[in-house]
Design a protein around this ligand. Structure first.
Ligand code: ADP
Length: 270
């Protein structure tokens, strides 16, 4: 490598230029590939509920004389359109996150508030599946960032934990300050994730069991959003899981220092 470095340094300017251009080109091509994959996936994913709605509408027209069948089909149209709305929202969220990899106006985010907000959003689903949700949060946990994005990310983790668990089990959410880091963990006693799949579940539209994901209204985008939100806040997300025992997802984010937090208490940012 010393050799190549030397060569690069003594190469005539023109040659260095070409080298850099070639690298840019490869990067641009990769970005273009990722974009094209995303567009292909999006249109595929949209076709499923749209096609379903079209077929159901036809069925409604055919069943005009059977009011019971009409209401059954109409109810399914409602389910499919809810799914479609959620899918479109998540695609837009994810595209925004991919375009802007930094936050415009970071604010001081109270993590206990984020945890309560996320749990609130999933409570009804948890109750209906008889899953006990418990949450604890260290009141010193604060980060700089976007409250709504963080609430969405934590809610995605809690919602997965609930959807991939059996009735009668527990889901625990905990937020603590560990040194300069805020750790948010979501643990379940659910189905777990096979080791070979664990590195792929954060990819857009990747699902271990597509049928199960669809039946719970999953879009395959939840964890991709969590990953992007964590990265945008200068942190990351990881998973520990054992099949049949459960999973723990951990978001690690740089903590807002106590000093910054109390300064911003006195004079609001922005
Ligand atoms: P989905 O909308 O399908 O839940 P996600 O991106 O949130 O999409 O998750 C991707 C996949 O990872 C899921 O389809 C599921 O197979 C797996 N998964 C995510 N969270 C859990 C969990 N807590 N327990 C078991 N499997 C999970």
């Amino acid at each position: 490598t010393t050799n190549t470095l030397m060569k690069a340094r003594i190469a005539p300017l023109g040659a260095v230029h070409i080298l850099i251009l070639a690298e840019d080109h490869t990067h641009a091509r990769r970005v273009e590939e990722v974009r094209r994959d995303f567009v292909a996936n999006v249109s595929h994913e949209l076709k499923t509920p749209v096609g379903g709605i079209a077929l159901l509408a036809e069925a409604v027209l055919d069943a005009r004389d059977d009011p019971e069948a009409v209401s059954r089909f109409a109810a399914r149209i409602q389910v499919e359109s809810t799914r479609l709305t959620r899918l479109v929202k998540e695609i837009v969220d994810l595209s925004r996150l991919q375009v802007a990899d930094t936050l415009h106006e970071p604010e001081l985010v109270d993590i206990p508030f984020v945890v309560v907000e996320a749990v609130d959003r999933v409570q009804v689903a948890a109750d209906s599946r008889q899953i006990e949700l418990e949450a604890v949060a260290d009141e010193r946990a604060a980060v700089f960032g976007d409250t709504e994005l963080l609430a969405t990310a934590v809610a995605n983790l809690v919602s997965n934990a609930v959807n991939y668990s059996e009735p009668g089990t527990r889901v625990a959410v905990a937020a603590r300050r560990v040194g300069d880091t805020v750790e948010i963990t979501v643990s379940d006693q659910g189905s777990g994730i096979p080791a070979a799949e664990q590195s792929r579940i954060f990819e857009r539209f990747y699902r271990v069991d597509a049928a199960r994901s669809r039946s719970t209204g999953g879009t395959g985008l939840g964890l991709a959003i969590v990953k992007h939100v964590s990265a945008t806040h200068g942190g990351d997300v990881s998973v520990w899981s054992e099949e049949g025992r459960g999973s723990t997802f951990t978001m690690r984010l740089p903590a807002a220092s106590d000093r910054a937090a109390s300064d911003s208490d006195r004079q609001p940012v922005g």
